[in-house]
Design a protein around this ligand. Structure first.
Ligand code: BG6
Length: 519
């Protein structure tokens, strides 16, 4: 059975039904429906519908289930199904199963919606939903999934509240909110207040798909289910921690979003900081949503504010120029479709962060993320301190590498430990050796499949609580504002596509006598 937390809000209507899949027991959610806002958008096509198809194919969706797509675009249910079929076929090029698709497509509907008009909500949702619920016998369990741009977020949330759709009279009503959750502290607070007017916190799922990655979920299991690592997991034994999220892809067709966002907002307050909290948090008293979230948020509260007068010693940004990736020439960021020719948006950032608490005092966390780097790799590496006295040092000509423990999030998911061992034959000769655990071939639910299942189950462990969102923005906003007010036009581009980022990023660590792990 995969590790799941106790349910915080679980409205149980029938005895739980489990399904065995690849040796794991997965609970099938209760009957429910999913209403997708932004149903003709990119996220729906690339992630939501392919994940729903995959869940359906593996019989992990309840029998009584339907999807209602909504959006500004006028389109028939038939056209919606056709578009979604194309999208699913693009993702599952090899093993597409047409009979599975057909069965799911029969449960898919579309209803155009004017996001700002409450009459439109009445016509498309208030009047429609009971009919579909009756037809599919889903009861009143509803999930509203907002796959929409931030500009229409307020209209949707307010109208759901005003038309009575946010209530939980006879079942559950959950609302799923995708990132970006705000642009800074003020906008995040504003979004939270808007949500709070119509929904209660237990109904809100601010999702971060990184938290739902199998290997990210494993960080807590690894730390708190093994007794041999936890005693070492502190500033007595750990020298520093590196967290890397490197991508080879550029911005694809998302210039409109990315130009407004940049790498810091896109990756740090969410994905990278979640990796950081799971690595740094204290053991929660229970494996339940709120105790776990309490510990995660304490890490955010302990993060030392950046010294703004010396920000360049703590934060480095970059933007890619043209280059080569896997032997193929790729354009620079400013040449990407939809990007301003003088754009100052950063596509790379590296940071040094301290968590000022008993456990981590003095241990730097070096974080980096960038687009168009040489390799796709997400990993957390724990770099241990050298042994207190190296008795072999006068016999060896080179320094001995301290131990490293690497949690590989993707690709090649797994964990490895590097330690020193004697080289056979010679009297004193050490070499680093690797102990490796790999998840190869074992991961069968992707992050969005977990997200969808959890929202159906009412398990909010993997969603982000209001206070955590505000703490992360409180930490980052002053730095972002300072960076944005400093002219970077001349500085960018400062790394070639296909490289490991700007030279200043290497300097960030070299100044501390440390090096990034190679990508
Ligand atoms: C998204 C970002 O949240 O995460 C993208 O908006 C990024 O810019 C993506 O590419 C990375 O996710 P994954 O799962 O591919 O590592």
């Amino acid at each position: 059975m995969s590790p799941r937390a106790d349910r915080e809000v679980s409205i149980s209507q029938t005895d739980p039904i489990y399904r065995q899949i690849y040796g794991c027991e997965i609970e099938i959610p209760n009957p429910c429906c999913l209403i997708i806002f932004g149903a003709s958008g990119d996220l729906t096509k690339r992630k939501l519908i392919p994940s729903l198809y995959q869940l359906h194919k593996n019989s992990l969706l309840p029998d009584n289930f339907f999807i209602l797509g909504t959006g500004r675009m006028e389109m028939s249910a038939e056209k919606f199904r056709e578009d979604m079929l194309l999208a699913v076929r693009e993702v599952f090029t090899k093993d597409f199963d047409s009979s599975s698709w057909k069965a799911l497509a029969e449960k898919m509907y579309y209803s155009p919606l004017d996001y700002s008009s409450s009459e439109s909500y009445v016509k498309s949702l208030v009047n429609q939903l009971p009919l579909l619920e009756e037809k599919h016998q889903t009861g009143k369990n509803r999930i509203f999934y907002l796959a929409i741009p931030p500009s229409v977020f307020e209209d949707v949330v307010v109208n759901l509240g005003n038309t009575g759709l946010s209530g939980e009279d006879m079942g559950f009503t959950h609302i799923v909110v995708e990132k970006p959750f705000g642009q800074d502290l003020d906008s995040a607070k504003r979004l939270n207040r808007i949500l709070e007017k119509s929904f209660q916190e237990h109904q809100i799922y601010r999702i971060d798909h990184y938290l739902a990655k199998e290997t990210v979920q494993n960080i807590m299991m690894f730390r708190f289910a093994n007794s041999i690592f936890e005693p070492l997991w502190n500033n007595r034994y750990i020298d520093h921690i590196q967290i890397t999220v490197a991508e080879t892809i550029g911005i694809e067709l998302r210039a409109g979003y990315y130009e407004q966002t940049g790498v810091i907002r896109d990756m740090f307050p969410n994905h990278i900081f979640q990796l950081l909290t799971l690595t740094a948090m204290e053991p929660p008293v229970k494996f339940e949503a709120n105790p776990v979230k309490d510990e995660r948020v304490k890490v955010f509260r302990s993060m030392r504010p950046f010294p703004l007068d010396r920000l360049d010693e703590y934060v480095v940004t970059g933007q890619y120029g043209p280059g080569q990736i896997h032997g193929k020439a790729v354009a620079g960021y400013r040449e990407e479709h939809g990007v301003a020719k003088q754009s100052t948006t950063s596509t790379f950032a590296a940071m040094k962060v301290f968590v000022d608490n008993w456990r981590w005092k003095g241990v730097p966390f070096y974080l980096r993320s960038g687009k168009r780097l040489s390799t796709r790799k997400t990993e957390i590496s724990i770099q241990f301190k050298p042994v207190p006295h190296m008795m072999f040092s006068n016999l060896l000509n080179e320094p001995i590498e301290p131990n490293t423990l690497v949690l590989r999030v993707q690709p090649d998911e797994g964990i490895n430990i590097v330690f020193q061992a004697k080289e056979p034959g010679s009297k004193v000769c050490l070499r680093p050796v690797l102990m490796d655990f790999s998840y190869e071939g074992e991961i069968f639910l992707d992050a969005y499949e977990w997200v969808l299942l959890d929202c159906m189950h009412g398990d909010s462990l993997l969603s982000v609580r209001e206070d955590a969102v505000e703490e992360t923005w409180a930490f980052l906003t002053p730095a972002i504002q300072q960076l944005e007010s400093t002219a970077q036009r001349e500085k960018f581009p400062n790394y070639a596509a296909g490289s490991s980022g700007p030279d200043e990023a290497a300097l960030l660590m070299e100044r501390d006598g440390r090096r990034w792990r190679p990508l």
